[in-house]
Design a protein around this ligand. Structure first.
Ligand SMILES: NC(=O)c1ccc[n+]([C@@H]2O[C@H](COP(=O)([O-])OP(=O)(O)OC[C@H]3O[C@@H](n4cnc5c(N)ncnc54)[C@H](OP(=O)(O)O)[C@@H]3O)[C@@H](O)[C@H]2O)c1
Length: 355
């Protein structure tokens, strides 16, 4: 494997612009700093971060490349990037995308699952300008994924989004590359860590409200937990799998949805007596009448592989014609874990580049 990598031709040096620089953007930046030499040696991957444009942390553009350590230090110490000592500051995302010398846009802003915006515009304009996009932002993929992939292909660039479903745990790439020769009939699993954590704590005897409060304290759940506990986050991920892996054309509301707020501690205890366990399960399957997808609580026997996935961990089972069931289990969120998904996308771009 190593020998094969060392034979690689010298690749181009990527010029990257971050649109959004919150948890995930900073996670990728930290990985890029920590692994800089290794990435160059092992993968011939070289980069400059030329721009960052973030609503909260400010914006800076330096065509010859920013000092990423310095940027991370500024953000950690609550300083706006508008105070960076060199370059131009105050550029909005679209100006950064269109007018910077970046050839890769890292889109890691906020997600609106109904419209895809404002990230949709960032991704679309970048692809129109023949710039690659790597992104963990679910909105644009869920609402306009096919259109954006076609636009990228027409313009000779790539739109990659491994981290949109279960973070850095390989799912999109697994289906697209590694399982490419199989017909995937169904994908089913646990795609929301917050609800799995809450249900796991209820399994230990905790009331729903206490488990939710604990999830919030640990940073697994947001102050407004609606998106997670009502199954909307999982619905978006199942929509992405339905459209981008299974070939469907589903709108968000075509994915039937129910959350976990109706599950009581008594329900969990009753299930336990029957050697069963409640899980929030998302699934998408091929049927004679098209792709059918849903998210909702399911009572699974303890012998079921998904029943034993506990805490914030995620898992997906791919039911295939040639291999039978293939299950992948791993983290579904986190700074480094999601930053890693972008690194995978960047390395895929790197593999696609001629020296
Ligand atoms: N965190 C995870 O584990 C994870 C896992 C998978 C996928 N994702 C997805 O990855 C994306 C980034 O997540 P995150 O955890 O890094 O979120 P985050 O910490 O909230 O960071 C997003 C950053 O983007 C900024 N921003 C929002 N809208 C913007 C706009 N229109 N233009 C410029 N900057 C904008 C935000 O500023 P304000 O704070 O001022 O809005 C914030 O600084 C989201 O779409 C999320 O759903 C996250």
């Amino acid at each position: 494997m190593d020998t094969q990598k060392k034979k690689q031709v010298k690749k181009m040096k990527f010029k990257m612009a971050f649109i959004g620089f919150g948890v995930v953007g900073q996670g990728l930046a930290e990985i890029l700093v920590e692994k800089k030499d290794w990435l160059q040696k092992e993968h011939g991957f070289e980069y400059d971060v030329v721009a960052i444009s973030d609503m909260k942390h400010g914006s800076v553009y330096l065509p010859e490349g920013l000092d990423v350590n310095k940027v991370l230090d500024m953000v950690e110490n609550g300083k706006s990037l508008d105070e960076y000592p060199q370059g131009e500051t105050g550029w909005e995302p679209l100006k950064t995308i269109m007018e910077s010398n970046a050839d890769v846009i890292v889109e890691v802003t906020y997600t609106d699952m109904e419209t895809g915006g404002p990230a949709l515009e960032h991704v679309r304009e970048a692809l129109k300008a023949k710039k690659h996009v790597v992104s963990t932002n679910k909105g644009p993929v869920a609402t306009h994924g096919r259109e954006l992939v076609e636009l990228a292909s027409k313009n000779g660039v790539h739109y990659l989004f491994e981290g949109t479903v279960v973070s850095g745990t390989p799912v999109i790439n697994l289906a697209r590359s590694t399982l490419a020769g199989c017909d995937i009939k169904e994908i089913k699993g646990i795609v929301n860590g917050t609800t799995n954590y809450i249900l796991s704590q209820m399994e230990e005897g905790m009331e729903y409200e206490d488990a939710l409060a604990q999830a919030q304290e640990l940073g697994y759940a947001e102050a407004d937990p609606t998106g997670d506990v009502e199954g909307i986050d999982a619905q978006g991920k199942i929509q992405i799998l339905s459209n981008m892996v299974m070939g469907g054309e589903l709108k968000l509301n075509d994915v039937e949805r129910d959350g976990i707020t109706g599950i009581t501690l008594d329900d969990v205890k009753e299930a336990k007596k029957e050697d069963m366990r409640w899980k929030l399960v998302g699934s998408t399957m091929k049927t004679d009448s098209g792709i059918k997808a849903k998210v909702g609580p399911e009572k699974l026997p303890l012998t079921h592989p998904l029943a034993n996935v506990m805490g914030p961990t995620n898992a997906l089972t791919f039911s295939t014609d040639l291999l039978g069931d293939v299950t992948i289990i791993g983290p579904g969120a986190g700074k480094k874990e999601t930053g890693f998904s972008l690194l995978v996308d960047l390395l895929e771009l790197n593999g696609n580049m001629e020296g």
